[in-house]
Design a binder for this molecule. Structure first.
Ligand code: DMJ
Length: 638
């Protein structure tokens, strides 16, 4: 073929006309596209495919069936909603790529980065065959931190010498009583509500609720570790079998990000670390992946509600002003997400929570305080309401626990925690006329002299942080922790039932008592007992065990019914009216903390374990030890 050069038209050395060149280029780009497209049809094992395509792109998400729980959640019509399909579709694509980024790329991206230094292991080791995950592993790979490595890096055996059995017979008897309560609560759940989220002990049926987006079995997941540490083997095995055969994560419902994280992800992680069953790890990571689209907001601050199905739509609670996210919700993900990174080998979980931390660190805080509502769009506070109880509580808890869980290397968390505590002391800590120390709430500078039952966890929190603040403040923090725990105990002793109200006040002549009818209920909450447990471990003052026993007797007298345990509507009257609900946190937290209170300290020692806010124990991440283990294993395998 002859190519003629046309006058006035520049051509290449090949002498092609512009139109011919265009056709040629078109043909060439078509060919390239075709080759790339063909990659999709290659089997997953082909290396070329793994290099070019990420896992999520090659394996579409399975969409589960609609469920009946979704209708209950209130969705604001148009505010604060992010659709993974609409507005953020490009972001979502890049997210899914990031989620499954190859090893090499991950290493490159994080090389020298703080997140990797602090939270992930060097990728240097070929795992021994027995350490490897099953084929069901989600994102797990040969560099994933394993159960065995974690166990080798613990200072003490998790269950102690004799499962924490106390030598003193009276304490042992009390511990046995708590175990019996757990068995009773469990047996009734199993009998009347198996597979549902919670037991309704009066009507003897199951409750599904609207918090878990179509997920089922909340009481089972929340109970796994409690059953295990109590040595309730048969019950634990039933629970494990249910997870194996019936825990369906392909739900398409609308869930609370916070609740699913603390109960399901936390419960599964903890069950994995205690038992080494890969099943729990795989489920935790699979579920963790489903929570990621909630972070697709302009700031990366997640919204409170997420659709667990393939749409990944998320939105803010209808009751949260101006489409805001809640401090206690987006601030209570850190512990679980850091462990998800450890177990999956994917840095994305740690990145997400570190981004939250970065924003909170940067933003201006009124008087050093953290308000409860933040816009996930602008990254600004929406209202100046501060509380150590509901809406704020576990954010503070996760700061100190992040520090402890990092083997005391996470200095940002430490700084933020003690900074927040200083602001709390300066602005919220009050003394009542009767000499009780309490934590008031703060509304734009005005104090509301009310303390919620939820805020009573703070005795324990301040106690476990006493050792790591300024050295001259250790005793001060222990005293403050003891004073708050004492006040919370007073809120119990000043009622007829000896169980505490949902909120108590210190104004209008009230001293640790509820003044409103609507605050008089008790729903089997753990916070007061949680603080007794920590204070016992820290001081060994026998009064904490006595206070715990008072609570056991009150629970037995007023909350135990024929078919389980129930909350009560008014703690100030002996003519008890039950609310017909055995909350899953009663099994996970209240009974676990009581059991630990009557056990020796070597059952889940605090040097090795931190409890998430639903009382699921997670191991301290000892990076230097884990690295040594990795190096040793590498040497052996060479
Ligand atoms: C639990 O789910 C957790 O402790 C959470 O942090 C607060 N509320 C309940 C128990 O009261």
């Amino acid at each position: 073929m002859v190519f003629r050069k046309l006058p006035g038209v520049s051509a290449s050395g090949m002498g092609l006309r512009l139109s011919q060149k265009f056709v040629f280029l078109l043909f060439l780009s078509g060919l390239v596209t075709l080759c790339f497209g063909a990659l999709f049809f290659l089997p997953d094992s082909v290396r070329l495919k793994r290099i070019f395509l990420s896992k999520t792109e090659t394996q579409p998400v399975t969409v589960g069936s609609e469920n009946d729980a979704r209708v209950h959640l209130k969705r604001p019509k148009d505010q604060g909603m992010t659709s993974a399909k609409g507005e953020t579709s490009t972001k979502l694509k890049s997210l899914s790529r990031k989620q499954s980024v190859s090893h090499e790329a991950t290493e490159e991206r994080l090389a020298g980065g703080r997140a990797q230094e602090e939270f992930t292991l060097p990728r240097s080791r070929a795992e021994s065959a027995s350490d490897k995950g099953t084929s069901l592993d989600h994102g797990a790979n040969s560099d994933t931190v394993t159960y065995k490595k974690f166990r080798r890096c613990l200072l003490k055996p998790p269950l102690g010498r004799d499962n924490g059995k106390p030598s003193d017979p009276k304490t042992d008897e009390r511990r046995e009583k708590v175990k019996e309560m757990m068995k009773f609560a469990w047996d009734n759940y199993k009998h009347y509500a198996w597979g549902k989220n919670e037991l309704r002990p009066l009507t003897r049926n199951g409750h599904i609720g609207n918090m878990f987006g179509g997920l089922r079995g909340a009481s089972i997941i929340d109970s796994l570790d409690t059953l295990y540490i109590m040595g309730l083997k048969e019950e634990y095995n039933d629970a494990k079998e249910w997870v194996q055969t019936s825990l369906d994560l392909n739900s398409n419902g609308e869930a609370s990000l916070f609740e699913v994280n603390i109960r399901y992800v936390g419960g599964l992680l903890s069950a994995y670390y205690l038992t080494g069953e890969e099943l729990f790890k795989n489920k935790a990571v699979e579920l963790g992946e489903k929570l990621l689209p909630a972070f697709n907001t302009p700031t990366g601050i997640p919204r409170g509600v997420i659709n667990l199905g393939s749409s990944g739509t998320s939105w803010s609670w209808g009751w949260a002003s101006a489409g805001s996210s809640i401090l206690a919700e987006f601030g209570t993900l850190h512990l679980e997400f850091v462990h998800l990174t450890q177990l999956s080998g994917s840095p994305i979980y740690t990145e997400k929570v570190m981004n939250i931390r970065k924003l909170l660190n940067k933003i201006e805080k009124p008087h050093g305080l953290y308000p409860n509502f933040l816009s996930p769009v602008s990254g600004n506070w929406v209202q100046h309401h501060v509380s150590i109880g509901g809406l704020g509580d576990s954010f503070y808890e996760y700061l100190i626990k992040s520090y402890l869980m990092s083997d005391k290397t996470d200095d940002d968390a430490k700084k933020m925690y003690y900074g927040a505590l200083e602001a709390i002391e300066a602005n919220l800590v009050q003394k009542s006329p009767g000499g009780l120390t309490y934590l008031a709430e703060w509304r734009g500078g005005i104090l509301d002299h009310k303390m919620g039952h939820l805020a009573c966890f703070s005795g324990g929190m301040i106690g476990i942080g006493a050792d790591d603040g300024a050295p001259d403040k250790r005793q001060h923090y222990l005293d403050l922790a003891a004073e708050i725990t004492h006040t919370c105990h007073e809120s119990y002793t000043r009622t007829a039932t000896k169980l505490g109200p949902e909120a108590f006040r210190f104004d209008g002549g009230a001293e640790a008592t509820a003044t409103r009818l609507s605050d008089r209920y008790y729903i089997l909450r753990p916070e007061v007992i949680e603080s007794y447990m920590y204070m016992w471990r820290l001081t060994h003052d026998p009064k904490y065990r006595e206070w715990g026993w008072e609570a056991v007797e009150a629970l037995e007298e007023h909350c135990r019914v024929e078919s389980g345990f129930s909350g009560i509507r008014d703690v100030y009257t002996m003519t008890v009216s039950h609310d017909n609900m055995q909350q899953s946190f009663f099994l996970s937290e209240t009974l676990k903390y009581l059991y630990l209170l009557f056990s020796d300290d070597d059952l889940l020692p605090l040097e090795d374990w931190v409890f998430n806010t639903e009382a699921h124990p997670l191991p301290v991440i000892r990076n230097s030890c884990l690295q040594e283990e990795a190096t040793q294993d590498k040497t052996v395998s060479e």
